[in-house]
Design a protein around this ligand. Structure first.
Ligand SMILES: C[S@@+](CC[C@H](N)C(=O)[O-])C[C@H]1O[C@@H](n2cnc3c(N)ncnc32)[C@H](O)[C@@H]1O
Length: 221
């Protein structure tokens, strides 16, 4: 998969993309990341990318031209890339959405900043607005990293054990959250790993996990 990230802060994203799952996916040749700075597409000596909103109001908006030019440069190299605008007004990002995006060959994530982005960027470039939750971040960079991470770990071959994504929270067909997990030691500061998990009875373990998953899911409401 190829992921293009349009951001005013490529240097802030780069270190994250070198480590953990995205870093591993890149090392295996399963993910290609392309960082594009819209500021490089400005035509004025101050490399200005923002301006005041028509109609008044607080803050500045990202202007359309550098974003159009940056997106058009990406599309010239990768014509079928799916364009997304990180936007608190967009459809909520979920595990199901991550799975749908992971099936695509290429994504372009546009990170807004300041008070947001001129509306013509979304409409004129045909971008899909996507929100990572009902809160406002100061920029789309953290949201883009959430999307990159959740999508990358679903790419075939990225995780050592492909079954590890199958029974995770939100992933199984029944929508249940994951059961509690334990590792060694069997007793830590007086807290014991449940007996059933140490017994080796796979039927009993599966039943215990199912019951715990249902309880976790019920408790979260
Ligand atoms: C300060 S926010 C703009 C918020 C906008 N004025 C509003 O009220 O909807 C700046 C940028 O951060 C990003 N952003 C903020 N919250 C986000 C969220 N929950 N999901 C995705 N992106 C978000 C978007 O790219 C947005 O353009």
């Amino acid at each position: 998969m190829r992921i293009h990230l349009l951001t005013l802060f490529p240097e802030a994203l780069a270190p994250f993309l070198e480590h953990s799952i995205p870093g591993r996916a890149r090392a295996k040749g399963l993910l290609e990341v392309d960082l594009v700075n819209p500021r490089d597409f400005t035509k004025d000596p101050h490399r200005k990318v923002d301006d005041r909103p028509y109609g008044g109001g607080a803050g500045m908006l990202m202007t359309p031209e550098p974003l159009f030019l940056a997106m058009e440069a990406v599309r010239a190299r990768d014509p079928n890339t799916h364009g997304i605008l990180l936007d608190p007004r967009g459809e909520r990002f979920t595990q199901a959405k991550a799975a749908r995006l992971a099936a695509l060959p290429s994504l372009t994530l546009l990170c807004g900043h300041y008070e947001g982005v001129d509306e013509r960027v979304r409409t004129g470039l045909g971008l899909e607005p996507l929100s990572i939750g009902d809160y406002v971040l100061s920029g789309g960079e953290a949201a883009a990293l959430v999307v990159v991470d959740a999508v990358t770990r679903l790419l075939p071959g990225v995780l050592g054990d492909p079954t590890s994504v199958e029974d995770e929270s939100f992933s199984a067909g029944d929508g249940l959250l994951e059961y509690p997990q334990f590792t060694r030691p069997p007793v830590f500061r007086g807290m014991e790993v449940p007996e059933v998990l140490r017994g080796g009875d796979h039927g009993a373990i599966a039943a215990w996990r199912r019951a715990q998953s249902e309880k976790q899911t019920r408790n979260r409401g």
